[in-house]
Write a protein that binds this ligand. Sequence first.
Ligand SMILES: NC(=O)c1ccc[n+]([C@@H]2O[C@H](COP(=O)([O-])OP(=O)(O)OC[C@H]3O[C@@H](n4cnc5c(N)ncnc54)[C@H](OP(=O)(O)O)[C@@H]3O)[C@@H](O)[C@H]2O)c1
Length: 263
Amino acid sequence: MRSGLAETIQRSMANITVPNTRLNTNSKAIPLLGFGTAEYPFGSSDNVRECLLDAIRLGYRHFDSAALYQSEQPLGEAVAEALELGLVNSREELFITTKLWCSDAHGDRVVPALQTSLKNLGLEYVDLYLVHWPVCVKAGEYELPVKKEDLLPFDYEGVWKAMEECQQLGLAKSIGVSNFSCKKLEKLLSISEIPPAVNQVEVNPLWQQQKLRQFCNEKGIHITAYSPLGAKGTLWGSDRVMESEVLQEIAKAIGKTLAQVGI
Ligand SMILES: NC(=O)c1ccc[n+]([C@@H]2O[C@H](COP(=O)([O-])OP(=O)(O)OC[C@H]3O[C@@H](n4cnc5c(N)ncnc54)[C@H](OP(=O)(O)O)[C@@H]3O)[C@@H](O)[C@H]2O)c1
């Protein structure tokens, strides 16, 4: 985004406060509007740091990263620069999430994987560390889609115990999961000492996840919605949300863009 445009939008956003909510860990509140950092193909842009810095200028304080996305390093650089420029007063003002990739979903690899992510981010802790998928593949691969021949059984107890250790060590203020169904969450809850604070899943007007949302609500697990616009132009998404005639009519009727309706 050009900085002139960013400055104009920043001025218009000056009085906007993003609502937030407390997680079950009762640590820092999570802003309900976050900035995703997955681009497809991963790591294909060279201006990610500048985009993220613009996002901070615009008022975003919640950033969603992952070991897979190759966005940890530019995010860390943007955070360091934002602090240097005084766009934020302290690291505490930001809510940073990153995720454990499937090839590190082995009990003995979880803590080292988070330590690597923290090194990439240049941070001492993340606000939220998520198990990216309830999937395990052989160590060493960081690619999507995962190869069928690399799949291994997912070790709920070993992985979650190590996730709990991440929180106990102070490397993650909260821990959670992503792409977990009700059944998988039930299984996790039955073996966990620290329940997951968040389940990050796809939610958009065409995929509303009502059963999962109700389940998570009852269990005190916060749902973070990803791909609110249907992830058009990516490997995992489609045009269905952005091309929906019903959503176009709604947007027109209320004087908003279709993207605003989706979010
Ligand atoms: N946990 C997980 O497994 C998981 C999976 C997917 C995503 N996520 C997270 O969720 C974030 C967002 O999801 P997403 O990137 O998959 O999908 P999304 O936000 O639904 O869609 C992103 C696409 O929407 C288009 N777009 C963005 N703003 C727009 C606007 N104002 N008007 C029209 N089109 C617009 C862009 O397409 P063009 O570039 O073609 O214009 C962009 O590539 C990711 O960055 C990531 O952090 C997590």
